[in-house]
Design a protein around this ligand. Structure first.
Ligand code: ADP
Length: 177
């Protein structure tokens, strides 16, 4: 499913973030940037050791911020690494930190002249963020950014499995009511 937002397109698909043909893919990293499971493990496995070497040089990333490396062997030319919040109870700045991940990743794309970006659902795996709440924040933050930044042409959410896709689809439909 896709919708127009300003000059750009916001799209949701079911799939694997490592297989995307966007100029950049976003990694759900941890503060060390030294690799992990889930999306992070998949990106480093598919992208090869070059990405990890660049991450080592960068030396880490605080929660809510973003850093960029090349895409190694991925189809995407760049990987934007962002660190989502670990979900505790929703009262520890989790919503604003999650929104910050999407915004900072898109700011990085704008700064680098990247026009197409694919995101996974940040924080909803090992970091335990409830998917419905995370989907609402993710979609709203990206919509707001697209409305103000015509340089970004396409943002794709790549949801892992049908249930995750359906949560985002419902949230996207709700957000356009
Ligand atoms: P976090 O630590 O930020 O929670 P995870 O990588 O554990 O990050 O999970 C984030 C989301 O990405 C989860 O909803 C998970 O199901 C999904 N996911 C896992 N592997 C992939 C993949 N290859 N492509 C896209 N999404 C994935």
């Amino acid at each position: 499913m896709e919708v127009k937002v300003g000059q750009g397109v916001l799209e949701i698909v079911e799939g694997d973030i490592t297989q995307q043909d966007t100029e950049a893919v976003v990694n759900a990293a941890n503060t060390s940037l030294l690799g992990g499971g889930g999306v992070d493990g998949a990106i480093h496995r598919a992208g090869g050791p070059q990405i990890l070497e660049e991450c080592r040089q960068i030396g880490g990333c605080p929660t809510g911020e973003a850093r960029i490396t090349t895409g190694g062997n991925l189809r995407a030319r760049y990987v934007i690494h962002t660190v989502g919040p670990v979900y505790r109870d929703g009262l520890h700045r989790e919503p604003e930190l999650l929104a910050s991940c999407y915004r900072e990743s898109l700011k990085m794309a704008s700064a680098k002249g990247i026009k197409t970006v694919a995101f996974p659902s940040i924080s909803t795996g090992a970091y335990g963020y409830p998917m419905e709440a995370a989907a609402r924040i993710a979609l709203k933050t990206v919509k707001d950014y697209l409305a103000e930044h015509p340089e970004i042409q396409r943002v794709r959410f790549v949801l892992f499995g049908r249930p995750a896709y359906e949560v985002y689809e419902k949230a996207l439909k709700e957000s356009f009511k």
